[in-house]
Design a protein around this ligand. Structure first.
Ligand SMILES: *Cc1c(COP(=O)(O)O)cnc(C)c1O
Length: 525
């Protein structure tokens, strides 16, 4: 019996494995492609510890008799594994993940960039890592200074007036921005009902507007992939609270009419929310404040290289115009008239921010993300950040122009793209789709690109290489994608079964999401 498989479990064939290599090994592993059951299914023996632990069934052996009444009558239903078995379980699971440290993560719109190790080193310094959010803020002036310094950079880079640091993600920042807009409108006795969102918008934009209580109306795009300025102007009126515009947009293009759109919205009494998720493409080159933006979130995990997910709650600071700054959420780090850094909170009487709309989250932000983002900014400097945007755009254009003869690029004629290259499924053989291309990339050892988004393009494939991929790395990715595109154009049936080389074959995506089978049942060989 295999050491890490004491109960002799087997993956159940039929859940995506039916077209697999057809060979069943004793261990369930295939080469170094490991199978791993749930930790509870590992058939624990009641062991614990680095070697073999105490016997949980013998509580009377406990030395402190006084504790006896409080002891469990039965052992807790925990997996009884030794330390090495536990470590191996999680390490084996981690090897089933694809990660930015394994290869490119070309997810369009998501800006999956390398997380520099210097960020991690600084974030782990005890003075930053060990501060507690409930510590009196007089005892953490260094942490407040980090928040202020990062805030200063974000304000300078965006040309805005102030920044709310507490929102925890991009979508949370959208909500913060819309709540500022609502508070500003209510303050002038002009509650409005509608938020306009372009049809190419990220799903979080209409969702946020609806969540904030607004009716959402869609603004059509132009054939070249941008927002239709005339259609926007035609819809503006006294019921429109504001617009949410992504710039650069989700078709990977810069909204050249942004200033004209902002002017029109302001003339109609509304506010301009900019979805800044794609700021990576223009950081150091364009200041959204110069384009008339009133509020914009910045995803630190996109533009400023902090980890996505896994590293704990994220961070989506929201930069604000002078008109919206008074309504920013508390707590807020501010330098008082005495020159001292202060954390403005509700109980402080709100003298400095009397019109704040309230609170977005429990504390003043995500310290671990702030230290990482500031480290990234300081290690690049102003010129380095500009170079980031230029290299990201160069890489995306290289991908676009290296593939457009094989993959349809619907806006290829609209000029250079920004940070991401957009393709459609037009031109693939009958019966072949974007999904086949994405699954084929898995066999080639790459995480697939973003698929079926933005919705305005049929069978969309959105590739964002980011600036940290080398030319050699991009050539490898492009070579793989060209190989798959050729097979999809030629109608190569084996592509329809892809992935053929991954731990699982192609799943029924709907069933996998709605009725996931999370338990491996034992199976007779
Ligand atoms: C990532 C993204 C969001 C949402 O940001 P989160 O940090 O994931 O909440 C919103 N809009 C666009 C265009 C995005 O790419």
């Amino acid at each position: 019996m295999n050491a890490h498989n004491p109960s002799g479990w087997r993956p159940e064939m039929g859940e995506g494995n039916e077209t697999g290599p057809g060979m069943i090994t004793h261990s369930g592993d295939m080469g170094l492609m490991v199978e791993e059951p749930l930790i509870f299914e590992l058939g624990g023996t009641g062991d614990s510890g680095a070697k073999c632990g105490i016997d949980l069934d013998e509580p009377e052996e406990m030395p402190l008799a006084a504790l006896q009444p409080f002891l469990r009558k039965q052992a807790p239903a925990l997996p009884g594994l030794t330390e090495p078995e536990t470590v191996r379980h999680y390490t084996r699971l981690s090897r089933q993940n694809y990660a930015i440290d394994l290869g490119p993560f070309p997810l369009g719109s998501c800006t999956m960039k390398h997380n520099p190790r210097l960020n991690e080193k600084v974030a782990r310094l005890p003075g930053f890592a060990d501060v507690h959010p409930l510590q009196p803020h007089q005892t953490v002036p260094g942490a407040l200074a980090v928040i202020e310094q990062l805030a200063d950079w974000l304000v300078a880079l965006t040309g805005m007036h102030a920044v709310a640091m507490s929102p925890k993600a991009g979508a949370h920042g959208e909500l913060c921005g819309l709540l500022c807009i609502r508070a500003a409108l209510e303050a002038r006795g002009d509650a409005r009902k509608v938020v306009l969102v372009p049809e190419s918008a990220h799903g979080t934009n209409p969702a946020t507007a609806a969540f904030a209580g607004y009716g959402v109306e869609s603004i059509p795009g132009t054939p070249d992939g941008r927002v239709d300025l005339a259609a926007l102007q035609a819809r503006l009126g006294p019921d429109v609270a504001g617009v949410m515009i992504t710039n650069p947009n989700t078709c990977g293009l810069f909204e050249r009419d942004m200033k004209a759109m902002s002017d029109a919205v302001h003339a109609a009494g509304g506010f301009v929310y900019c979805d800044g998720a794609n700021f990576n493409a223009i950081v150091g080159k364009v200041r959204p404040g110069d384009l008339g933006v009133d509020a914009m979130h910045i995803n630190l995990h996109k533009t400023f290289s902090t980890p996505h997910g896994g590293g704990g709650p994220g961070s989506g600071p929201v930069v604000l115009s002078e008109a919206l700054a008074p309504y920013a959420p508390l707590p807020f780090v501010m330098r008082g008239s005495d020159g001292q850094l202060r954390l403005i909170e509700e109980e402080d009487g709100g003298e400095e921010l009397p019109d704040s709309f309230g609170r977005m989250s429990a504390f003043h932000g995500q310290m671990g993300m702030f230290t990482r983002a500031l480290t990234y900014i300081l290690s690049h400097g102003a010129d380095g950040l500009r170079q980031v945007a230029e290299d990201a755009v160069l890489n995306a254009n290289y991908v676009l122009r290296s593939l457009e003869d094989l993959l349809d690029a619907p806006f290829g004629a609209s000029g250079p793209c920004m940070h991401e290259a957009l393709f459609s499924d037009d031109g693939l053989a009958e019966g072949f789709s974007t999904l086949d291309i994405a699954k084929g990339l898995i066999d080639e050892g790459f995480h697939p690109m973003t698929v079926y988004f933005p919705l305005v393009v049929h069978g969309a494939m959105l590739v964002e290489p980011t600036e940290t991929e080398s030319k050699a790395g991009l050539d490898r990715f492009i070579g793989s994608l060209r190989n798959i595109a050729e097979r999809a154009r030629a109608g190569d049936e084996s592509l329809k079964a892809a992935p053929n080389l991954a731990p699982r074959r192609r799943l029924d995506e709907t069933r996998a999401a709605r009725k996931p089978v999370l338990v491996w049942r034992e199976r007779e060989l």
